[in-house]
Design a protein around this ligand. Structure first.
Ligand code: ADP
Ligand code: MG
Length: 704
């Protein structure tokens, strides 16, 4: 067995107890695991701070000071060692709670040491708790610390620290691990790639990432390791995509068909350039002989429905049926109304199937699906039921993917014509940053509608605090007087449904008080209502029978009320950016000016304020998604149905390494183009790497 596979327990300085902790806390079981734990930052130990300049908000500081007093205080568990040190610029108290005897002996009065740690403020004075202590450098020596200048800092936990695995110990373990393992490390990228990209060799990178000899070599090591990580991620994803496109035949749909043309020629408007491009991409898939597996991204209002209709008509034109599935009844009905309007000139028959479809109508629809007289079926989860059978289902369109589970989707796939998986188009209005889409959906085809239909009015977004509430109400009244409608949305606080409801009910009371009936009509929708009640209230607002809709975020997805011109978001600081953006997208759909008012609570964190400011400064969903990812990291992006990535990234960041990612992806694509099976000798190393467990990319981005 090689050093890389060696149990971490046997590494010098570890032992069974620490090994168990390294395993449970950091998933480090072998020496090989250890050397792949990279520092998350580096401390520049070349600088000595005068005590007088030390502030509690500095990260880590290093002082060079003489011990003037050593005092043991307290008793029992409160026992501690207080050491006063002095460097000419000032004095500082240094406190130890553990290892008191040993430290007291070491810190001889009058001697000078280097203390390295985090300064904190206690009783109005700056002190340092449990710093690392090093001997002072010999006079005239240029190196201030025996540890070298750039010192890696590793993730740690309370338990690890308690077991004595301090930063310093970690550095020592790492040194020992590298000593054993480096000679065994084999280059993991092909030679030609290393040359082409000007990368440093793996061994050099691994040594330098832990013990950089300079900023420059640290940068080279980092670049190499990031590239490698993103490259293999993309290679794994793209390889899957290649394999699938070769192996899975799609239901053949060679024609565009008459229905498509009849609809297209009678549209009340011209398609945007982006819609045209996307339809071309979809046509290419469906006529190309392989099964379509495409994600359609487009901001709220970008015109995805139109694309869905034309796509469905391609299927119909080839003798197949299409289904469009929406997450809620209201949305399904809305789709049905829109789709039916476009279908007028085509003669294609559409039907709506939801939970509230009566049994007689249901039987009729079932029959129509079986005999093929229903060409396009639109509905909710009701479409998944076993007794929904098709004559020839060729296409499934799913709106707002993240509302469906994998299992539900596969029930739909099993209904495909001739037992084949239908073509699949998933539509989402959640803008996902490009780098994230490339990774989450790396093996899917992605189409983006990045252009809004003409004539859309921008939504004016403003923020207001409690003091402005009456002015906001006055403004809403003015809009209602103009015949417009308003949304008022309350956040969900997940910890407590009870509180949510109280919050909402209180808001509803406030609103009905400020907007009394008559003349004002206020509807309320929330998660605790029955579906019937929800649909009833929602429908009242959609039809214009209510002026104001008070709700929790249930309206987030899709509802189209062109007459609504005001979106008031209460406690806006509690919402995530993409949610705020989605909510804002509910207005500005008619031709009138629209407004989004972000009401702020009393306590607004810096982060929340940043989100609110960003909302006020841009309407571009992609720009916001990028900014959101930079603020919070890709793992936390809401709306992306998967919060995790296909593989855990160890060093690269989707938020910050977009350039490297693009390069890595195109590099991986070039290689697969030339050598799809990676069977050439020079690519042998690629295959070997891909076989490793971590690149066994989970297939959960796959939508069919
Ligand atoms: P999405 O589903 O992407 O949020 P919709 O498909 O509901 O957007 O379209 C929003 C509105 O824009 C609808 O009223 C639709 O009729 C209209 N629309 C779509 N495409 C165009 C276009 N090319 N030109 C003008 N209006 C369009
Ligand atoms: Mg839509």
């Amino acid at each position: 067995m090689g050093a890389l596979e060696m149990d971490i327990r046997f590494l010098q300085g570890v032992g069974p107890k620490r090994a168990a902790l390294l395993g449970s806390e950091l998933e480090i079981h072998t020496v090989g695991d250890l050397i792949r734990l990279y520092p998350f930052r580096y401390i520049d130990r070349s600088t000595i701070h005068p005590i007088a300049s030390v502030r509690p908000d500095m990260a880590y500081v290093q002082i060079l000071a003489a011990v003037t007093e050593v005092r043991l205080t307290g008793g029992g568990r409160m026992k501690r060692l207080s050491v006063i040190v002095e460097d000419g610029s000032g004095q500082m108290e240094i406190i130890f709670f553990k290892g008191l005897k040993w430290i007291a002996e070491k810190l001889e009065k009058g001697r000078t040491f280097i203390f390295f740690g985090k300064a904190s403020l206690y009783n109005g004075r700056i002190n340092m708790v449990h710093p690392e202590v090093d001997a002072a450098p010999a006079p005239g020596s240029s190196q201030v610390s025996a540890a070298g200048n750039l010192t890696g800092v590793y993730t740690s936990t309370e338990k690890l620290k308690n077991a004595g695995i301090t930063g310093k110990v970690m550095n020592r373990l790492m040194d020992a691990a590298l000593g054993l393992a480096l000679p065994e490390i084999q280059e993991s990228l092909p030679d030609y790639l290393i040359r082409e990209k000007g990368l440093v060799p793996l061994r050099f990178a691994l040594r330098q990432i832990h013990f950089p000899s300079s900023q420059d070599s640290l940068a080279k090591a980092t670049a190499r390791l990031k590239f490698e990580e993103l490259f293999y991620l993309q290679l794994a994803l793209l390889k899957q995509k290649y394999v699938r496109s070769r192996n899975e035949n799609g239901i053949p749909m060679p024609r565009v068909g008459e229905a498509f043309h009849k609809c297209y020629d009678n549209l009340p408007f011209g398609l945007t350039g982006a819609q045209k491009r996307v339809i071309k991409e979809i046509r290419g898939d469906m006529t190309g002989g392989r099964q379509m597996n495409r994600l359609l991204q487009g901001d709220v209002g970008s015109g995805k429905t139109m694309v869905a209709v034309l796509t469905a008509l391609i299927a119909v034109g080839n003798g197949f049926q299409a289904c469009i599935m929406a997450p809620t009844e209201v949305l399904a009905r809305q789709h049905f109304d829109n789709v039916s309007r476009y279908l007028g000139p085509t003669g294609v028959n559409a039907a709506l199937l939801t939970g509230s479809t009566g049994s007689a109508a249901r039987r009729e629809i079932h029959a129509g699906l079986l005999d093929g007289s229903v060409g396009i079926i639109i509905g909710t989860h009701a479409l998944l039921e076993d007794d929904v059978k098709f004559r020839a289902l060729g296409l499934a369109i799913i709106d707002e993917q993240h509302r469906f589970g994998v299992e539900q989707r596969s029930r739909l796939w099993s209904k495909g014509a001739g037992g084949r998986v239908p073509h699949v188009l998933v539509m989402t209005a959640t803008p996902i940053p490009r780098t994230l889409a490339m990774t989450l959906y790396g093996d899917l085809d992605v189409s983006v509608i990045d252009e809004m239909p003409p004539g859309r009015k921008p939504v004016k977004t403003i923020q207001a605090s409690e003091g402005k509430r009456q002015a906001v109400y006055k403004f809403m009244k003015d809009q209602i007087a103009l015949g417009r409608q308003a949304f008022v949305v309350y956040p969900l606080i997940f910890e407590s449904e009870k509180l949510d409801l109280q919050n909402l009910e209180k808001g509803y009371e406030d609103i009905t008080e400020a907007f009394p009936f008559p003349p004002y009509k206020v509807a309320i929708v929330h998660g605790k209502q029955s579906n019937e009640e929800k649909n009833f209230n929602m429908a009242a607002f959609v039809a214009g029978r209510a002026d104001i809709l008070v709700s929790t975020t249930v309206i987030e997805v899709g509802v189209d009320v062109p007459n609504a011109s005001v979106m008031v978001i209460e406690s806006a600081e509690r919402f995530g950016l993409s949610q705020l953006h989605q909510l804002r997208g509910r207005v500005g759909r008619g031709s009138d000016a629209a407004f989004c008012i972000l009401m702020k609570g009393i306590k607004v964190s810096k982060e929340s304020q940043k989100r609110i400011d960003l909302m006020c400064s841009t309407e571009d969903g992609f720009e916001m998604a990028e900014a959101d990812m930079k603020m919070r990291g890709p793992g936390d992006l809401e709306g992306t149905q998967q919060s995790g990535l296909p593989i855990a990234l160890n060093i690269a960041s989707l938020a910050h390494d977009g350039m490297i990612l693009s390069e890595a992806r195109s590099c991986a694509a070039d290689i697969l183009d030339k050598d799809p099976d990676l069977s050439s000798a020079e690519n042998a190393v690629l295959l070997k790497e891909l076989r490793k467990d971590k690149y066994n990319v989970r297939d959960y981005s796959r939508i069919s």
